[in-house]
Ligand binder design. Structure first.
Ligand SMILES: [Zn+2]
Length: 356
């Protein structure tokens, strides 16, 4: 399967090139603005305005509007509101305009086998490739597109070249009722060394199942005030990843509906109950994360953020972003309740929501 990066495609498309490709004659209409005869209605005067800089179009007569990729899709007779057709358009655009990084072949098999403990030889090999002793679990990638001029950086969220040695038998996991099977599936454990020292670490994979980061939750009693409870590596772009999407895809079960939660523990509980679930690493969702769902063929979602102020604000932010592309419903939890602590009743009913 080919993965499409919608954001890259939209950024990579040049509206002037797209117009030239379809043979449009343009009329200048101010800085960055042109007008064309609208291709989506019978247009006597040029009434479709295009902002080349913002890469959007808007017809004042027939109300057709959207971004450059929508325009390209519509010109190809595809419906941009339909996730599958938009995906088709994006793939075509990558081919026609040669957009770097717009599409990528997913690795076959998707999910790498869990490697709880490397063999002797492997251990040595991975030690040799470690960048520095205290950069364990801490990617040094920079923010995307910050245009810094210093030494070439690793690409954002690039696969890691090492694995942390984690203790899967730490009592904290047992105390939270996380069983062996779940620990093996998710690969968590306690880090005794490195930048994640003193934390229960969750390996984070991209949608293709490649390990790209670790997040660590502080588990000691003696947490210093200025130390965050959850730690993500510097440079890690959480807004480009959905935690657990790799397992949902690798399960082989066709799913068109997915549950979206905030955190790791909620994912664990719902995954154990057989519910396809991803987390957004917090009470918000980005366009890039919605893109990931759309290209995975998902068109419905159930949003369950935590029952607290952050969760409620998060739902308000996330709803319009999701509803633009997916059929979205929400479950609001009572104060102090999270998906990992909600009633069993609610949990047992979830698969029904997901399948309906
Ligand atoms: Zn029009």
């Amino acid at each position: 399967m080919t993965w499409v990066n919608f954001q890259t495609v939209r950024q990579g498309l040049d509206f002037s090139e797209v117009l030239a490709h379809f043979g449009f004659e343009t009329k200048a209409n101010g800085k960055h603005q042109v007008k064309i005869h609208c291709p989506f209605h019978d247009d006597a005067n040029p009434s479709c305005g295009i902002n080349l800089d913002k890469k959007v179009f808007n017809c004042f007569s027939c109300r057709a509007k959207g971004n450059v990729l929508d325009f390209f899709a519509m010109m190809e007779g595809l419906e941009p509101g339909n996730p599958r057709e938009l995906r088709k358009a994006a793939l075509l655009a990558v081919e026609v305009f040669g957009i770097d990084g717009g599409a990528q072949e997913a690795k076959s098999g998707n999910q790498p086998k869990a490697k709880p403990r490397a063999g002797k030889g492997q251990e040595r090999a991975s030690k040799a490739s470690k960048p520095a002793p205290d950069s364990e679990g801490c990617a040094t990638a920079k923010k995307a597109g910050d245009g810094a001029s210093d030494a070439p950086d690793r690409p954002v969220n690039a696969p890691l070249t090492f694995e942390l040695q984690l203790d899967a038998k730490h009592p904290f996991l047992k105390a939270r009722g996380i069983g062996k099977k779940l620990i093996r599936a998710f690969g968590m454990g306690y880090a005794r060394r490195g930048s994640m020292k003193g934390r229960i670490c969750f390996p984070i994979h991209n949608e293709a199942g490649e390990l790209i980061a670790y997040s660590g939750r502080w588990v000691g009693e003696d947490k210093p005030k200025d130390v965050p409870r959850y730690l993500l590596p510097k440079g890690f772009e959480k807004s480009l990843v959905l935690y657990n999407l790799n397992r949902v895809l690798a399960s082989g079960q066709p799913t068109s509906t997915i549950v979206i939660v905030e955190g790791f523990w909620s994912v664990l509980r719902l995954h154990k109950a057989g519910v396809p679930v991803v987390s957004t690493f917090g009470a918000s969702i980005s366009d890039a994360q919605v893109d990931l769902l759309v290209q995975a063929g998902i068109d419905k979602c159930v949003l369950i953020f935590d029952g607290d102020e952050g969760g409620r604000v998060g739902v308000e932010q996330a709803l319009p972003v999701l509803a633009e592309r997916l059929f979205t419903r929400t479950i609001m939890l009572e104060d102090g309740v999270k998906p990992d602590t909600m009633d069993d009743d609610l949990l047992t009913n979830l698969p029904r929501y997901v399948r309906s």
